[in-house]
Design a protein around this ligand. Structure first.
Ligand code: ZN
Length: 273
């Protein structure tokens, strides 16, 4: 099968040090395509820079200025997360801290010194869709059933009704998601695989293998008690879960430098909660 080695990044949450660390690692490992599962912005202090990266890599016609030598990248894609949906006007279900961050992000993306770039950001955000498929996999921010808002969490492996409904909505035999910030593989049988260690591979098998929902975790705000960033590499059959140290102190300092962003959003990066 000819499937480009695909870096799956999700929930960047405006954390630039984490994103740049993940991208550099994916380049070294030979990633040929970049797919973002949503929540580029929200919580963190660098929404503009993170959007710029996604608009270079996760588009029809990608160009990677960070690559040491020019190489062909396959068309990427980016999905709408719940934070993008909130930014575009429907953040009704947000808690105070998330809402404070979205309100500040909206101001930041409307900065009066960069109107032309602002327009490009808003055009890009406005064109995002909640779910997409390629020949092998479906991609959604949250779950196949409710792509923007539903969380897939480890306890769901013991909820046959939820699993049944989520698998019923799958348009491919594998669906990649983010949103809960907890990396895991959910099989239709209720089996759960949770990656341990910095570099864990899971073989999703061929067309006849059991169907799976794969959460790649979060680049910008891990929540499984491990502060290292999380992203995935998919070769059309195997998913590799990568965990990497990054400069979370720098990301926290950038948040603390913005008075409108709650202190808690800085603190949690050091503990992965
Ligand atoms: Zn998120």
């Amino acid at each position: 099968m000819n499937y480009p080695l695909t870096a799956l990044i999700s929930d960047l949450h405006a954390n630039l040090p984490a994103l740049e660390t993940a991208l550099a690692d994916a380049r070294v490992r030979g990633a040929e395509r970049f797919v973002c599962l949503g929540d580029v912005i929200g919580y963190g202090a660098r929404p503009r820079e993170c959007l710029e990266w996604v608009m270079r890599l996760c588009v029809e016609d990608p160009v990677d200025p960070g690559a040491a030598q020019a190489r062909t990248l396959y068309p990427g894609l980016c999905l709408m997360g719940n934070h993008e949906a909130a930014l575009l006007g429907s953040g009704v279900d947000f808690n105070d801290k998330a809402r404070a961050a979205i309100d500040w992000t909206r101001e930041e993306l409307n900065r009066s010194d960069a109107r032309e770039q602002n327009a490009a950001f808003w055009d890009y955000l406005g064109a995002l869709v909640p779910a997409m498929c390629d020949g092998v996999a479906m991609f959604a921010h949250g779950s196949p059933r409710d792509p923007v808002r539903e969380y897939m969490l480890p306890r769901d492996s013991r909820n046959p009704e939820k699993l049944k409904a989520c698998f019923a909505a799958m348009e491919r035999r594998v669906c990649f998601v983010g949103h809960s910030h907890v990396p895991a593989v959910y099989l239709e049988s209720g089996e759960l695989f949770r990656p341990k260690g910095p570099d864990t591979e899971f073989d999703l098998g061929d067309e006849d293998a059991p169907r799976a929902i794969v959460n790649v975790g979060s680049v910008g705000q891990p929540r499984d008690g491990d502060p290292r960033l999380s992203y995935g590499l998919f070769d059309g059959r195997r998913i590799r879960f990568v965990r990497l140290e990054y400069d979370h102190a720098a990301a926290a300092a950038a948040i603390r430098a913005v008075p409108a962003l709650p202190e808690f959003l800085a603190e949690r990066l050091a503990v992965g909660r």
